[in-house]
Design a binder for this molecule. Structure first.
Ligand SMILES: *Cc1c(COP(=O)(O)O)cnc(C)c1O
Length: 416
């Protein structure tokens, strides 16, 4: 891709180009932040209207049955399952990643303890998304049984850090800051050969890269629906538990939605069989209903097609930045190797925050992550090659003209 015309030609040959219409996009905005908050599916507004005007207003409480509200976490879980190599009845859409991590990490530690109480270490990465580490820290304190968190600084050090003391390895598949992607199959095997359990965070993987949870024989996973799955701001997350573990696992948030017979109103908790026991309480039905509009778009394609375009977009972006923004102090943070790259590209600049603010002011929306990282997400369902071209040209101009030095771009907002 050497010219804008090349980019337009690539869009002409793109098998996913037809799916751009399935989203409501803002004119004059190049949105490269679908890794943080996806755009609205075109069907979302009508779906929200139907949930409020028909299911809630007319159906009222009958909708728990008639509109399928009560079954929604499981029905959506089944629809999401093929995107991450899960089976039917292995996923519930519910809660947040943080809450689901609390439930699954706690359950996994109990399972590991029952097998071998001497295993007291949770392995993860210091560069993991902080909430994952915070949840582990909170749980360690709460359990007060001598657990500790062992954090590695380099992904390559993970295999050596997983040993006979490890109870659970809690790993995020694609790193939120660097875009580094682990080899899930190889690492799961290493974790399990060491006698530990593998808990994967798919926040930046679900809908972005092919994942095969059952194929790699993982144990547990969490992920969210508001990033690449386009479920909407704060839409519920998901929890996956391999079928072989479900009935042996006790999760700590033993609320009535996970009970074997919630409407018997029994004073004694008895977990339901299967994935339903990982639910806790009443779900945010309006928000959860919109998740389906995002998932439905994926029914029209497959993860291999999405991956091919994702790599073509990120390859093109990296090559263009290097060709057209040379001479500026930009350092590629994301791995060049396809096997180690998710669907976003991170680039360091000494004034990354200001540069990103200047880009956003010109309608190129990416985001900024501490320290100094410009982050550009590429969602193949709606991002075009011409968007890559135009985004790089805007970046080049912001750098060449030093437009980022304008004082308004230095003011920090509460969400970056
Ligand atoms: C986005 C993200 C989260 C978000 O957690 P919530 O509890 O859903 O807010 C957690 N972990 C990772 C790795 C993420 O990328």
């Amino acid at each position: 891709m050497k010219t804008r015309a090349d980019a337009i030609a690539l869009d002409g040959d793109d098998p996913l180009a037809r799916l751009r219409d399935r989203f409501t996009l803002t004119p004059d905005v190049i949105y490269l932040d679908g890794n943080s908050l996806g755009v609205p599916p075109a069907a979302a507004a009508a779906r929200a209207q139907a949930v409020i005007a028909q299911e809630w207003t007319e159906g009222l409480i009958r909708s728990w049955n008639a509109a399928g509200w009560f079954a929604l976490p499981r029905r959506l879980g089944d629809k999401l399952a093929p995107l991450v190599g899960a089976a039917k009845d292995e996923i519930v859409v519910t809660d947040t990643i943080s809450v689901n991590l609390f439930k699954l990490l706690s359950a996994a530690l109990k399972m590991a303890h029952d097998r071998d109480p001497s295993r007291r270490v949770i392995v993860s990465e210091r560069a993991n998304f902080p909430t994952d580490l915070y949840i582990a820290q909170g749980l360690i304190e709460q359990l007060d049984r001598g657990y500790s968190l062992r954090l590695v600084d380099d992904p390559a050090d993970l295999p050596d850090a997983i040993d006979e003391d490890t109870a659970v390895a809690m790993i995020t598949h694609v790193n939120y800051r660097t875009g580094y992607m682990h080899d899930m199959a190889a690492l799961t095997q290493i974790i399990q050969r060491a006698g530990a359990l593998a808990l994967w965070d798919l926040a930046h993987s679900a809908g972005a890269v092919p994942v095969d949870l059952n194929g790699v024989h993982a144990d547990f996973a969490v992920g969210c629906t508001y990033k690449y799955l386009n479920g909407g701001p704060g839409s519920p997350a998901f929890a996956w538990v391999a079928k072989r573990h479900q009935d042996a696992l006790a999760q700590p948030l033993s609320g009535w939605w996970g009970h074997a017979a919630p409407f018997e109103m029994n004073p004694v908790y008895a977990p339901g069989q299967g994935i339903g026991r990982f639910l806790c309480g009443t779900q945010p039905i309006v928000s959860m209903s919109l998740v389906e509009a995002g998932l439905d778009v994926f029914l029209e394609t497959d993860m291999q097609t999405i991956r091919r375009k994702s790599l073509a977009l990120t390859d093109a972006f990296i090559a263009l930045v290097e060709a057209r923004c040379g001479g500026h102090p930009l350092t590629l943070v994301t791995p060049r190797a396809h096997t180690q790259r998710g669907s976003h590209v991170s680039i360091e600049h000494p004034h990354g925050y200001e540069v990103m603010q200047a880009l956003i002011a010109r309608g190129v929306i990416g985001d900024y992550r501490e320290p100094r990282v410009l982050r550009f997400g590429f969602t193949p369902l709606y991002t075009r090659f011409v968007d890559v071209w135009d985004a790089v040209e805007t970046l080049r101009d912001v750098l060449d003209t030093e437009a980022w030095r304008a004082p308004e771009f230095a003011a920090r907002h509460s969400v970056t």
